[in-house]
Write a protein that binds this ligand. Structure first.
Ligand code: 5AD
Ligand code: SF4
Length: 478
């Protein structure tokens, strides 16, 4: 076989560099990309310089994400000039949206592939390697079967993993590009989902996040089981300790699913429930199909069944036609719900999205001002909530070593999350609990000592026996 790219001596492989932008769905897709290209002889590298194939997995959700993608691609032009054999591929949502146009705009790009083309990548790469062709594949498949055959992510050995349970969206919120770049809502078969999760768990994963644009409507179209039923099947997977899911649409949050937070043992007590706006007028213009009152009722129910559930949200400020009064309704809703945290975004027009044609756009400076006001109010709520945790003990699933090491007597610093999704950092102290050599994937009970705006710090006070495994005790250092 003829290998393209840098000389590897006697080694039969080439290097693949992937830059992933955007949401967790893209993180999952990038793992699939790495996995299918492994069969074409590509090994992952974190160095752009030695890469034979560079893939940018793009996000189109907001204008800023799009600018970031083009700025990265712009920087690759020189690299291609120095190394003409280099293959550059652009995938994901912008690729799906722009197709052919990318090849015309950027002559140094070899491949543009959409969100449904991952399974076909090996064939495309072979064509480029052998015939030097430039390829665009933005065909959308009707079903999710092609994704099924795309191979499993390599990354199952991390304590946490993502698994896509459905793709696409049928909701057509007026600001959103997703239905155009990810296609119609399609759910995967439960048996394939369970098998994939079980494989990761076998390889060391202890927590799974089920992904979809609107997981609450899982299986409805196909007449498969409901989402709560899927959760109960996932709950039965042995050695899996925690389940999360994202994203939920408030209109599809059923009473059954709300009760799952009480009844499904491994389901974490955190829900991301994007409200987008607190004004009924704007919610209607966004085509969200719920009112502020209905949303608040659902929050009350959630807290009734699971009193310490953490709730987070997405908010868009400056949607076309949003008046000061509408914006104040949003501020008021944030104060009354008291979210654990919110992601707030300035509205931006997206191609095809209906709201890009709405005429009454909000000025940029006004959007910036509204964004700042939301962030200020929410920061105060978040810190208050984090401070209330100080002095209590929480089980933390350890994800690995913290980015910041050193200090504190050079003990290893560990990082994990509570069930409510708060980041917790800790280290072992001689006088406390005996040190565990490798904490990753274990559940350590941590007594919270300090609260920060985005994380907590504490000391370990116990370990969950169920997370130790059969040879668990041996992992304690003498
Ligand atoms: N402008 C700003 N924010 C947007 N989002 C989606 N589309 C837009 C847009 N056109 C936000 C929503 C969504 C999150 C993922 O991104 O809040 O929940
Ligand atoms: Fe976009 Fe609305 Fe679908 Fe979410 S539910 S992906 S915001 S169209």
């Amino acid at each position: 076989m003829e290998w393209k790219g840098a000389e590897k001596g006697s080694m039969d492989f080439k290097y693949l560099y992937i830059n992933t932008m955007g949401c967790q769905m893209n993180v999952y897709d990038s793992e699939k990309i790495a996995s299918v290209l492994r069969s074409s002889g590509y090994k992952m590298t974190s160095s752009l310089k030695i890469a034979d194939l560079i893939v940018l997995n793009t996000c189109a959700i907001r204008e800023k994400a799009e600018q970031k993608a083009y700025s990265f691609l712009g920087r690759l032009e020189d690299l291609k000039r120095e190394k003409p054999d280099l293959i550059i591929g652009m995938g994901g949502c912008i690729a799906q949206q722009e197709g052919e146009k990318i090849l015309r705009k950027m002559p140094y790009i070899d491949l543009v592939f959409g969100t449904h083309a991952i399974g076909r990548l090996p064939g495309h790469i072979e064509e480029i390697e052998k015939k030097g062709r430039r390829i665009v594949d933005i065909e959308m498949s009707e079903s999710i079967q092609e994704i099924e055959t795309a191979g499993g992510p390599e990354n199952g050995v991390k304590p946490t993993c993502f698994v896509t349970i459905m793709q696409g969206c049928d909701n057509f919120c007026t600001y959103c590009v997703v239905p155009y770049v990810r296609g119609r809502e399609t759910s995967r078969k439960p048996e394939n989902i369970i098998q994939e999760i079980a494989e990761y768990v076998e390889r060391g994963a202890r927590e799974v996040t089920l992904l979809g644009q609107n997981v609450n409507s899982y299986g409805k179209k196909e007449g498969l089981f409901s989402f709560p039923k899927l959760l109960s099947l996932v709950n039965d997977i042995e050695k899996l300790l925690r389940i999360r899911f994202t994203t939920s649409h408030p209109k599809d949050l059923s009473d059954d699913l709300i009760r799952s937070f009480k009844n499904i043992e491994k389901l974490c007590n955190h829900l991301h429930l994007p409200v987008q706006s607190g004004s009924n007028r704007i919610l209607e213009r966004m085509n969200r199909k719920y009112t502020r009152q209905l949303y608040l009722e659902k929050i009350d129910k959630l807290r009734h069944f699971c009193p310490d559930i953490a709730i987070t949200s997405d908010i868009i400020v400056g949607f076309p036609g949003e008046t000061r009064k509408d914006f104040n309704d949003t501020l008021d809703l944030i104060k009354s719900v008291e979210y654990d945290s919110v992601y707030a975004f300035m509205y931006s027009d997206r191609p095809n999205a209906l709201s890009s044609e709405f005429s009454d756009k909000v000025e940029d400076h006004e959007k910036k001002d509204r964004l700042k006001r939301i962030l200020d109010i929410q920061s105060a709520i978040t810190i208050k909530k984090n401070e209330a945790l100080v002095g209590s003990d929480y089980p933390v699933l350890v994800e690995g070593l913290s980015n910041k090491q050193g200090g504190a007597g050079r003990q290893l610093q560990w990082k994990g999350r509570t069930s409510s999704n708060k980041i917790v950092n800790f280290h072992f102290n001689k006088n406390d609990l005996p040190e565990i050599k490798n904490c990753s994937g274990k559940i350590v009970t941590v007594r919270i000592e300090t609260a920060f705006p985005h994380s907590l710090r504490g000391k370990p006070v116990g370990i969950e026996p169920s997370s130790l495994g059969s040879k668990g005790e041996e992992s304690y250092a003498a």
